[in-house]
Write a protein that binds this ligand. Structure first.
Ligand code: BEZ
Length: 388
């Protein structure tokens, strides 16, 4: 009996040693970042990459025992170049996993290429609803949100505030249209009415004529989706046009995330909804923010958090297969069922691989988006049209 026990223990120890040494002898896992390094979303891409690398560094430079080798493409937030750009990673660099991107239009082309080539794709921002809807696939995951989610959450709080007539304003592309759709759904369910949708081409920032129209129509509230450099300009122009004090401005939280230093006084008091806020007082968020600040000499934002969680999701998959990404079914199964201990709060993935997560009410105070409540708890994207 004792001999059999000793033999089993020895066999177990040998198996463990074998998998550990296997992870060590494997070639590095090739990770391709397809993110914007130029244009209105450049800062967002930078934050995502920093967040991703921070988690890898916390794991001693390895995920699931596997070292990583990075490849990079600047997608310029340009959908017309997206297929060529993603193929640089898939065909030229032959990466094992792609992390990207910010812009919904670019991400839709990436998702098509990832689905066709079966390359593992983790989307660390772009909310295009179709990615976890009709274009869903076993190898496509998202660490961020669907566009419907933050739009819907903001609609809930705008209706709760008692506003009845809203105008919306955004860029004319998937993220703008889908976020406005989510807002309208919740706002009208809550008793309000969207009286007019205004838009301009991405990434234009000539807002003057549209602001004049808002001033003339005098709605109870304006809902805006802009992000990055465009959000900075919009919030400043809204204030300079004298509208901030007369017509409340609300938005999905991208309007004020990663932008507050540049927006200054013009953003003070703005109320938004998002799946992250700067002052979530948990040991997990505090540790993340401190580590990020020490490493990069900057405060993290929602984009850094989403990049960090993209690495956590990949880590969950790789750990389950001891770094062997060729065990694809087991890796995907582990990613699907992972509970991610995120700085935003713990979350799980929907059947379509999109985070089911709390959406917070935030108010701008100084350089922070301060959480003042929860708009919707555990909000799941409906995942309409996904067949997996
Ligand atoms: C998007 O294109 O999906 C997007 C871009 C910036 C912030 C949020 C969403």
């Amino acid at each position: 009996m004792r001999t059999r026990f000793a033999f089993t223990a020895l066999a177990g120890a040998l198996a463990l040693a074998a998998t550990a040494s296997q992870a060590q002898t494997q070639a590095p896992l090739k990770v391709g970042f397809m993110l914007p390094a130029t244009g209105t979303f450049a800062a967002l891409g930078d934050m995502i990459e920093k967040g991703f690398k921070l988690h890898v560094e916390e794991q001693g430079g390895k995920l699931g025992g596997r070292t990583l080798q990075y490849f990079k493409v600047d997608d310029e937030s340009d959908p017309s170049k997206a297929t060529d750009n993603v193929n640089k990673l898939i065909k030229r660099d032959q990466v094992d996993v792609i992390v990207g991107t910010v812009h919904s239009g670019v991400a839709l082309a990436m998702a098509r290429a990832a689905k066709d080539s079966k390359t593992l794709l983790i989307v660390p921002n772009a909310g295009a609803d179709a990615i976890t809807g009709p274009q869903c696939a076993p190898n496509i995951f998202r660490s961020s949100f669907s566009n419907w989610q933050p739009g819907y959450a903001t609609g809930v709080i705008a209706a709760q505030k008692g506003y009845k007539r809203a105008m919306t304003i955004t860029w004319n592309y998937a993220a703008g249209a889908e976020t406005v759709k989510g807002f309208t759904e919740a706002f009208e369910k809550g008793g309000g009415k969207v009286t007019k949708d205004l838009n301009l081409p991405f990434p234009n920032v000539e807002f003057q004529a549209l602001l004049t129209e808002i001033a003339a129509q005098k709605p109870d509230v304006v809902f805006a989706f802009f992000a990055g450099g465009g959000a900075v300009k919009f919030v400043k122009d809204y204030d300079a046009a004298g509208l901030r004090r007369t017509i409340p401005l609300m938005g999905s939280g991208f309007l004020t995330d990663g932008t507050l230093e540049a927006q200054g006084a013009s953003a003070q008091g703005l109320i938004t909804a998002l799946h992250y806020g700067d002052n979530i007082e948990t040991p997990r968020n505090n540790a993340f923010r401190n580590k990020f600040a020490v490493t990069y000499k900057a405060n993290p934002d929602v984009y850094a958090m989403q990049g960090y969680d993209a690495a956590q999701m990949l880590a969950a998959g790789l750990k389950a297969v001891n770094g062997d990404d060729k065990k694809r079914d087991a890796l995907i199964a582990a990613m699907k069922k992972a509970q991610i201990d995120s700085p935003r709060g713990k979350f799980t993935l929907s059947a379509q691989h999109n985070p089911t997560q709390d959406f917070y009410v935030r108010e701008v105070k100084g350089n922070y988006n301060v959480v003042t409540g929860v708009a919707v708890k555990a909000l799941a994207d409906p995942g309409r049209g996904c067949k997996m």
